[in-house]
Design a protein around this ligand. Structure first.
Ligand SMILES: *Cc1c(COP(=O)(O)O)cnc(C)c1O
Length: 364
């Protein structure tokens, strides 16, 4: 028994050395892309011991990308570090982007534009049909306006890319130099932020001697997962990556992630082959639709607020967490020791969904 144990340790130490050296190579490959500093990195990696004890499965950890520091944080900050640098290089003075009414991406983009002295136009699509004044004006929308962006609304099902092009044309005629960032910042440029996050997490794990078995997070416009798939492939990681869907059905979600991962790997130009089998999405926790609350999300958000003092959001990270908790209970992670949940942020949206949680009022 002792011999087997020693062998395992030797194997681990070799693979740690390899990881460190592949992470260095990846840093060098990433260094050729322009990047502006917008956030606080590396974000912390912390255990969630009260939750782990409650669920009785593997030890659960949280990678705190809700703490990126830019206008209450979130996963779009990493993408924007590359996207805003590209905008700057192209000589842009105005940023255009789009999202749902309570878009965290739009909010972080308005903050990034403010920090870089650029104008910002955001187009918000009404995907939920909610008339709740908090949904329409509070939460992320309040912050968009505080950051000084011009905010306009569009109806559900509008061709948002077409609308952004039209706004760009109008601005060009006024002598402006607009730069369009796609919804969620999800293209091969933005995804580089999560290629880099895969490296950051792997290095953190080596530093504290942690062997990560699985990484779980909410997946929407696909840039986060595509970047992670590409980064984990580049460092030959065996971490089991699982996206929890918030909008599209499984096949469509996985295809979106895979296509963008292939484009990102090409852009990174390291001759990387992305395996289709490394892209996994579980879309069982979407509920009635994008941005529409589910009981599982409400329970998960309340549970983490009360057991770990952590805030998650109703649209993305709360549904992702619902998936993590349900899949832990269902035994999906059985045999694994350490599972990391990537906290992609979004707590500002809680103030747009305050009615959803039906909380008791004051006590005597
Ligand atoms: C945008 C977002 C996601 C999804 O990330 P994608 O890169 O769009 O898949 C997850 N969580 C939060 C809080 C987000 O704002």
């Amino acid at each position: 028994m002792t011999v087997i144990h020693q062998n395992t340790e030797v194997e681990n130490s070799i693979s740690q050395e390899t990881t460190v050296s592949l992470c260095k190579d990846l840093s060098i490959a990433l260094a050729k892309f322009p990047k502006v500093r917008l956030g606080h990195f590396p974000t912390p990696l912390e255990p969630m011991d009260r939750l782990s004890e409650l669920l009785g499965g593997p030890r659960l950890w949280v990678k705190r990308d809700d703490c990126t520091g830019l206008s209450s944080g979130g996963n779009k900050t990493r993408k924007l570090e590359y996207l805003m640098a590209d905008a700057q290089q192209s000589g842009a003075d105005t940023i255009i982007t789009q999202g749902a009414t309570q878009s965290n991406h739009a909010r972080q983009t308005t903050a990034a534009a403010a920090k870089m002295g650029m104008d910002c136009h955001i187009l918000l699509e009404d995907r939920t049909g909610s008339n709740d004044p908090n949904y329409i004006l509070n939460g992320n929308v309040l912050l968009d306006r505080l950051h000084g962006a011009s905010v306009s609304k569009r109806g559900s099902g509008t061709d948002m890319n077409g609308e952004m092009e039209a706004v760009a044309e109008r601005l060009k005629q006024d002598g402006k130099k607009p730069y369009i960032i796609p919804g969620g910042g999800s293209n091969q440029i933005g995804a580089l932020g999560y290629v880099n996050c895969a490296r950051e997490l792997a290095e953190q794990a080596v530093e504290i001697g942690l062997n990560i078995d699985a990484l779980v997070h909410a997946t929407g416009s696909a840039g986060t997962q595509a970047g992670l798939v590409t980064g984990l492939t580049a460092i030959q990681s065996t971490i089991h990556l699982l996206g929890i869907g918030v909008r599209a059905p499984q096949e469509k979600q996985e295809q979106m992630v895979f296509d963008l991962a292939v484009r990102t790997a090409d852009y990174l130009d390291k001759g990387l082959i992305i395996e289709r089998s490394s892209v996994r999405a579980n879309t069982d926790y979407v509920g009635p639709g994008y941005g529409l609350p589910t009981d599982g999300m409400i329970e998960a958000v309340k549970l983490l607020a009360r057991t770990e003092g952590l805030l998650f959001d109703p649209v993305y990270s709360g549904k992702g967490l619902n998936g993590l908790i349900a899949q832990t209970k269902a035994g999906y992670f059985d045999g694994m020791e350490n599972v990391v949940f990537l906290h992609t942020g979004g707590s500002a949206a809680l103030f747009g969904y305050s009615e959803t949680f039906k909380l008791p009022g004051y006590t005597q």
